[in-house]
Ligand binder design. Structure first.
Ligand code: F6R
Length: 237
């Protein structure tokens, strides 16, 4: 039976405040937490609230480690719209996070498989993640784990689903035509101690309906959260 805790939401701002409160609570209880935060549009409000709450409550982020969830292959933080650029703009820079606190995939690395190996070695030594904040893809993907990804996967380079390629255009002013992503694997995501998933807007309706049905089905990866022991879903869909 699904153990997901669904938190009621009034609107997107409420969703963002609740997600940020859970993240702050984690950091207050474990100042050395290792956390992984999705990029994309949904968490922008959460990041804004995190920055506000961190300042209001004087929460110390200096010992937190931030692990990359995913990146578009061919892009890095210099490319507007990349995952790293989102995190830099909305979270790392406003919170003055130091470079050494951030373990992020370099989507431009010539040795892209080496990026996976580095992340896998890092998580094998220091993992699992204490907390992972996930958005939900229109097709139900988690990170860039597309429908029918392997369950037992660590970080890898994946071919992006057509839907992800099309939806992804919303992030970029330049048409990059990106066909691959680099992502934490489902195994690494699902072994996080705590997971928070957030979704907002009509485009997520089908994935959220599948999630709420309560059955894990790799055709819609977000439904695997039904098997996680400590997962919150904060949805305004
Ligand atoms: C981004 C990521 C993706 C997004 C998902 C939803 O780092 O991992 O899985 O969370 O595609 O994106 P938005 O929030 O832009 O709708």
């Amino acid at each position: 039976m699904s153990k997901i805790t669904y938190l009621a939401t009034k609107d997107y701002q409420d969703l963002s405040q609740q997600a940020a409160s859970l993240i702050i609570a984690e950091i207050v209880s474990n100042p050395k937490a290792m956390i992984c935060l999705a990029a994309g549009d949904t968490p922008i409000g959460t990041f804004g609230e995190l920055v506000r709450m961190a300042k209001d409550q004087a929460v110390d982020f200096s010992l937190v480690t931030f692990v990359s969830l995913d990146e578009w292959v061919g892009l890095d933080g210099q490319n507007e719209g990349s995952c790293r650029s989102y995190l830099d703009k909305y979270l790392y820079k406003p919170l003055n996070i130091k470079a050494e606190q951030i373990k992020f995939f370099d989507g431009k690395a010539l040795d892209i498989m080496g990026e996976c190996e580095k992340m896998n070695a890092f998580l094998a030594e220091f993992g699992p993640l204490n907390l992972c904040l996930l958005g939900i893809g229109v097709n139900g993907h988690l990170g860039f784990n597309e429908p029918y990804s392997a369950f037992d996967q660590n970080a890898y380079v994946c071919d992006l689903d057509e839907i992800t390629q099309t939806v992804g255009n919303k992030y970029f002013k330049t048409a990059y035509n990106i066909k691959q992503g680099i992502t934490l694997g489902l195994q690494q995501i699902l072994s996080a101690d705590k997971i928070i998933t957030i979704a907002n807007g009509d485009s997520k309706q089908a994935a959220v309906t599948a999630l709420r049905a309560g059955v894990a089905d790799i055709a819609c990866p977000v439904t695997l959260l039904n098997e996680h022991q400590d997962c919150y879903a904060i949805l305004f869909v």
